[in-house]
Design a protein around this ligand. Structure first.
Ligand SMILES: Cc1cc2nc3c(=O)[nH]c(=O)nc-3n(C[C@H](O)[C@H](O)[C@H](O)COP(=O)(O)OP(=O)(O)OC[C@H]3O[C@@H](n4cnc5c(N)ncnc54)[C@H](O)[C@@H]3O)c2cc1C
Length: 247
């Protein structure tokens, strides 16, 4: 008997059905979607999501996949932009059983594979945690002993995506450092404030250890952090970035 591996068809629109939703923060939620024919994705890949109105108007946006590995169920996590067209619908209106058109998985560069054994520095701002979460999950699921460090910049403790799971993933191989930009937890040792080059240097794996670095978040955050990393001696080729848009 011969078996045939599924053929990936990332350019074909597939219909997914919302399986569950979960509130992550006051402005964000995660969404589990069953997509027949999805075939799985690498940690860090994204997809295109298309919404169609009854009058034929369509809107397409990209979303990182928070889950990784084989299977037909995937997870997204979406933050609502107050003046946005698509994200308020996904966060406030989408219901279990609703259908969404999905194309992917897309992108083969901003990915981490379990066979990579070198140290990894993840740096996320806001919803930029999403593809990094897929990498953290893949790291844990594979039993990898590669050193992983996450620097996660959020406005306040209420704005943390995947809070409980991140806490549960902490181990000798996975360390999280938090930067709170507007308000901190009670008795936090440092005041709230934006990420600075000094904090970045203190909280990340040094360039001398040659980590693979993944930076994701709003465009301005990603560009500042990437510039600072290069100034700290990280080769530009080791710093992979994913920009979510905005300033
Ligand atoms: C590869 C990729 C992966 C992404 N993954 C995620 C994800 O996992 N979760 C997630 O929540 N978003 C993600 N995004 C952002 C997402 O594609 C949309 O841009 C976002 O949901 C806003 O769409 P919207 O239709 O609500 O806003 P729009 O109507 O498109 O824009 C409204 C306003 O907000 C500004 N804007 C657009 N995007 C942002 C942003 N990210 N931050 C601040 N201002 C912005 C626009 O310039 C505009 O002024 C990703 C983007 C890319 C390119």
């Amino acid at each position: 008997m011969t078996t045939t591996a599924p053929v990936p068809t990332p350019s074909v629109w597939k219909v997914g059905v919302v399986a569950s939703v979960h509130t992550e923060t006051p402005t964000a939620r995660s969404i589990m979607i069953d997509v027949p024919g999805w075939g799985g994705n690498l940690a860090g890949q994204h997809l295109d999501l298309r919404l169609s109105a009854p009058d034929g108007y369509q809107a397409v946006r990209s979303y990182s996949v928070a889950s990784a590995g084989p299977g037909e169920r995937l997870e997204l996590a979406v933050d609502r932009l107050p003046d946005g067209e698509v994200s308020p619908y996904l966060v406030d209106d989408l219901q279990v059983g609703d259908e969404l058109e999905i194309r992917g998985p897309l992108g083969g560069w901003f990915v981490w594979r379990p066979e990579q054994t070198g140290p990894v520095q993840l740096i996320g701002g806001g919803s930029g945690i999403v593809p990094l979460m897929a990498m953290a999950r893949a790291h844990a699921a594979s039993g990898s002993t590669a050193r992983f460090k996450l620097l996660y910049s959020v406005r306040s403790p209420h704005d943390v995506f995947f809070a409980e799971e991140l806490a549960s993933l902490a181990s000798e191989h996975f360390e999280v450092t938090w930067v709170y930009t507007r308000s901190t937890p009670t008795a936090w040792p440092t005041p709230a404030g934006r990420l600075t080059p000094a904090v970045l240097e203190a909280a990340t794996i040094p360039a001398s250890e040659n980590p693979a670095v993944f930076v994701c978040g709003p465009t301005g955050f990603v560009e500042s952090v990437a510039d600072w990393l290069v100034a700290l001696g990280h080769p530009a080729a080791s710093v992979k970035t994913e920009r979510f848009g905005g300033k």
